[in-house]
Write a protein that binds this ligand. Structure first.
Ligand code: BG6
Length: 506
């Protein structure tokens, strides 16, 4: 049980509505929260606690995994929620907040634990931290932790500045930087599959693995976030964090112990081993950037990126990004990791494909047959599961060899009811487990890597490739792999309308 007062800054925002309230509700329903907790919603907008509880109810009805009706059970949950309008530049208001927090702490017998969740623009993290201190909110008999959303800065210098400001108030051990991909079941499962099964580890290296492909494709455009996104782009929005974090999970060495610091140390070693680019030309040769133009998605016409709300009509921001990444250590020398992400692609999916080296082509069966390589695929999102593709004899044939799949469909077993990333992460932050939060050194090294790419792109204006919405992005991303004799494996068993791997269909 985790006794906590949650301070939700940005309580009227989209993240709180879609993810945080539903997550708190699931934790409550699963008795992971107990009754000794309170939630204080904080935002500029005036509203009463009663209105706030109604909004929370609506968001839970719409987005939570558990059904809710306005009854006694709801009433006993909702009484833990209060709202306070707050001007975050006013220290006096933070003193008032302390009074409210102390009262709720007494009422629910919390014992002084405080979790400050900043679902705010990063420019505000530093000043809010200082105001929390000045308002006396950190003087508490329990612990005080800061949970912050990405983006953590815009580049390494801005991230360093931000970090320095926060560190004047909070120690690193009390800072929980969210990368919600680390809260996803199947991302966490990467470590379990790798380290809890004896047969993967001996093969998990450059002797047996030809390449690793990480795809994070989205069908959505920029929605209402044009203002933020146009400043950020796919490299900063997804590359610096989710993509590199998943890469680190795939590439890291087994940690010596299962402690958060040991696990994060191993990830840091991967980030340190990322092969930096010696020149801007080299960075450009190993990356692709694209932007969606108008097209069709699921049979409906959609506008191009430059026509989206709050986007500069002449914007050169990328909505697609692919890269060939090398991890220069003994395990991975010579194995390319291909990563790609984009908006307005044909399907919403996150998959990690491990392509194994093929059997030698001059022996036995491979002399007569064109054999497909073995693939191990982690399906992260929205379907969860793992499958392994291998070669087998086609039943009844004279010896035809066909690819067959061993398919563990997690979603088929637990339905789409696996815990949301935010449930896991909120619970972890409240009980002080920082394993699946990013430590400062990881963040800094990821920025260092990404900044080189951004700088190389910035030098030239001719490297933005337009792609039609509803397609798999610029052709250059295919070339990136074909140069090495590889291809992107179809995701979700589907590539541009063509159904591949019939055998995996249920
Ligand atoms: C966020 C990005 O971090 O992740 C968004 O800012 C993106 O642009 C989202 O849409 C994708 O997350 P998920 O969990 O829906 O795959």
């Amino acid at each position: 049980m985790t006794n906590t007062v949650f301070f939700l800054f940005g309580a009227t925002g989209d993240l709180a509505r879609r993810k945080l309230y539903p997550a708190i509700y699931s934790l409550y329903r699963e008795r992971k929260l107990g009754d000794r907790f309170a939630v204080i919603g904080l935002a500029r907008r005036p509203k009463t606690s009663e209105q706030f509880r109604e909004d929370v109810l609506e968001s839970i009805k719409e987005f939570a995994r558990y059904n809710v009706t306005k009854d006694e059970q709801w009433a006993s949950f909702a009484e833990h929620f209060e709202y306070m309008p707050l001007d975050i530049n006013n220290t006096e208001a933070f003193r008032e907040l302390k009074t409210v927090a102390d009262r709720l702490d007494d009422k629910f017998d919390v014992g002084g634990n405080r979790l400050f969740y900043l679902a705010l623009a990063p420019e505000l993290f530093g000043s809010v931290s200082h105001h929390l201190q000045a308002g006396g909110l950190l003087e508490t008999p329990g612990w005080a932790r800061l949970v912050i959303e990405k983006p953590f800065g815009y580049d390494l210098p801005s991230a360093e500045k931000l970090n320095a400001e926060i560190r004047q108030v909070f120690e690193e051990k009390d800072i929980y930087r969210i990368d919600h991909y680390l809260g996803k079941e199947m991302v966490q499962n990467i470590n379990v599959v790798r380290f809890a099964n004896a047969f993967f580890e001996p093969l998990w290296n450059n002797k047996y693995i030809a390449n690793i492909q990480i795809t994070l494709s989205e069908t959505v455009g920029v929605e209402e976030r044009g203002g933020y996104y146009d400043h950020s782009g796919a490299l900063r929005d997804m590359g610096q964090n989710h993509m590199l974090q998943m890469l680190a999970m795939m590439a890291m060495e087994p940690p010596s112990r299962l402690s958060p610091e040991d696990i994060r140390d191993e990830k840091v070693k991967v980030f340190r081993s990322l092969r930096g680019f010696q020149s801007a030309a080299e960075a450009r040769a190993n990356t692709v950037r694209g932007q969606y133009a108008a097209g069709n998605l699921k049979g409906k016409p959609v506008v191009g990126y430059r026509e989206e709300d709050s986007v500069n009509p002449e914007s050169t921001t990328e909505t697609y990004f692919a890269a060939r990444v090398f991890v220069d250590n003994f395990r991975w020398a010579g194995v390319p990791f291909y990563i790609r992400t984009g908006k307005r692609l044909p399907v919403k999916t996150t998959e990690v494909v491990v392509e194994f080296k093929n059997v030698p082509n001059n022996v036995y069966l491979s002399k007569k047959h064109k054999l497909e390589p073995n693939l191990l695929v982690f399906r992260v999102n929205p379907m969860e599961g793992i499958y392994f593709k291998m070669n087998g004899k086609q039943p009844g044939s004279e010896g035809a060899i066909v690819p067959v799949a061993m398919d563990f469909c997690q979603s088929c077993q637990v339905g789409l009811n696996t815990p949301e990333a935010y449930e896991r992460l909120l619970h972890d932050a409240a009980r002080g487990d920082s394993t699946y939060f990013t430590r400062w050194d990881e963040v800094a090294l990821a920025w260092k890597y990404v900044d080189k790419i951004a700088a190389a792109w910035g030098e030239r204006t001719d490297n933005l490739n337009l792609y039609q919405a509803g397609t798999w992005g610029p052709d250059q991303a295919q070339q990136l792999l074909s140069e090495d004799g590889f291809k992107w494996w179809p995701v979700n068993g589907q590539d541009e309308g063509e159904v591949a791997w019939e055998f995996t269909k249920r």
